[in-house]
Design a protein around this ligand. Structure first.
Ligand code: SF4
Length: 316
């Protein structure tokens, strides 16, 4: 089975075309919910540096990408990560984002080095509002403290930081505390990520659409009050209700197809609708819904586990 790992349908923050490139599935955290488990099972080797350069060239020359996202696993544990960013910058990518658990950025000299190499953005995960919860979910003692120091160091380098919050059964009651924490750190961009169920990862730690509804409403309201950009991923319109504008993964198929190319370790996809059809299949109940084209829907694997009962089509 093929899988994109962590997700890919979120629209670019600018009008640029985006290359999503995976370098590794290795990581220095051991998160309970890790969505990379299915491609880890394929035992794919890390991408060699010459291959990374080749795909960065391809993204610029063939697809006119001006943004590159280095996907999870944890790309910062590669010793050549600075060279990758520098090469991307020299090719003309105006956005060079690293998805990360943030721990390596706890080292200010490493963060400064990455900024000098051309990294412009970081998307950093947060699992809990305190060390006990975050470290338990990351199964990594000390992770919380390192991640928060990482935020500070990234901001000190004037890099753009987004915090990605995976929604888990254990952290829903802490969601508003997490929003306050991020805001107090000076970060203005948060993504609430409904986690894709992956065989072999901790399904018992995941939650349901019904359970996230009220915590997500409260988090969106708080984020907006605090003046944050707060977005959602893989949460359908019928769960978001009047909060639909927060779903940055809602889009027309035509724009989707043209927005992003994905180079995973095992697969290359140049039309994002191909992945959407596979990982966000349209449930049968949605075909009668007025939002069927633009709704982000949720994970195919979630609907396979839980059925369609939580979905509420609106009449055409
Ligand atoms: S019923 Fe389906 S298409 Fe309609 S809002 Fe819900 S998930 Fe989206």
């Amino acid at each position: 089975m093929l899988s994109p790992g962590l997700f890919l349908f979120v629209a670019a923050k600018s009008m640029g075309k985006r290359l999503q490139l995976r370098l590794t599935t290795a990581c220095n955290n051991h998160c309970v919910h890790c969505t990379l488990q299915d491609i880890r099972d394929l035992r794919l080797p890390d991408r060699p540096i010459h291959d990374i350069y080749k795909w960065l060239d391809w993204g610029r020359a063939k697809h006119h990408c001006d943004e590159v996202v280095l996907l999870r696993g944890e790309a910062t544990i590669r010793p050549d990560i600075g060279r990758v960013c520098r090469y991307a910058q020299r090719l003309g990518y105006s956005l060079v984002q690293v998805q990360s658990n943030g721990r390596r950025f706890a080292d200010p000299s490493f963060t400064a080095y990455m900024a000098r190499c051309g990294m412009t953005d970081a998307e950093v995960d947060l699992y809990g509002s305190d060390a006990t919860l975050h470290d338990t979910l990351a199964r990594t003692p000390g992770a919380f403290e390192q991640t928060l120091r990482g935020w500070d160091n990234l901001l000190a380098q004037n890099l753009t930081v987004r915090v990605n919050i995976p929604l888990l059964s254990a952290n829903l009651s802490s969601l508003t505390s997490m929003i306050y924490l991020v805001s107090a750190a000076g970060i203005r961009d948060i993504q609430l990520h409904f986690v894709r169920p992956v065989p072999g990862s901790g399904l018992a730690h995941l939650t349901t659409l019904n359970h996230i509804r009220l915590p997500v409403f409260s988090a969106l309201a708080l984020g907006s009050t605090l003046g944050l950009r707060i977005t959602t991923e893989a949460i359908p319109f019928c769960v978001l209700g009047t909060n639909r504008e927060h779903a940055t993964d809602a889009d027309s198929p035509a724009h989707f197809a043209a927005s992003t190319v994905v180079v995973d370790l095992h697969r290359t996809v140049t039309d994002l609708n191909e992945l959407r059809a596979e990982y966000r299949q349209t449930p049968a109940i949605c075909t009668t819904c007025r939002w069927v084209e633009s709704c982000p829907k949720t994970w195919t694997s979630y609907v396979e586990l839980h059925g369609e009962e939580e979905l509420r089509p609106e009449s055409l």
